[in-house]
Design a protein around this ligand. Sequence first.
Ligand code: 6PG
Length: 247
Amino acid sequence: MSPNSASHNLFVFDTPEDLAKAAAERFVTYCAEAIQDHEKCSVALAGGSTPRRVYELLATDPYRTQIDWSRIHLFFGDERCVPPDHPGSNYRMVYQSLLSKLPVHQENVHRIRGEIDPDQSAQVYEDSLKAFFSGLPWPRFDLALLGVGADGHTASLFPNSAALKEASRWVIKTKQNESGQNRITLTLPVFNHAAHVMFLVTGKEKAARLRDVLQGASTDRQTPAAMIRPVGGTLEWFADAQAAALL
Ligand code: 6PG
């Protein structure tokens, strides 16, 4: 990794492509560490558009062959309540950019079922997490990838929402503030129990929000991304120069 400025946990890259390559390298490293330690690796994937290039790189050499995909379990940090073939589906984006190109075992892909009743979907997903992370008080993802919305949301944890107070559920239903779209999301405590959290942030439209998050310029509830503070885990911000322009 050759970041322009690595201060504490912020890595800034000239271009989105440089960021994606560095993020893919980090993904490979964390997966190898987890497999070395406990013979498998659990990753909560981010949705939206920013991670797409990272996923595309992971499906191509050299990154593809550096990962033992048979030991990787892929989960989703959140999902829109739409069918898996819907243009807005995070699963569809991950399938197109990554899953369709890899020998990932189907049982290792843990999709959030956006096509069923949201409350039922949240419960079904939480049950699947509790089965995978059996016996743990909270799931410990080896890696969680996240993005930040221009409004400061992350996953489907939106500003000033009741979801930000959830302290016991692992998976809940939320609503996107403007559109009213139902979402399913992992909760703050889940992300904050991950071993490694990596934010991927690009574009000038994120610059003000990234400054708010990293410089504490807004209250937590206004900027849910700032509430991601892994206990006993690492937190890293991968930003391109445009997103970091106000730092
Ligand atoms: C989603 C994501 C969401 C995303 C941010 C940033 O389902 O959309 O979980 O939190 O990470 O909105 O999205 P972009 O990467 O498209 O800017």
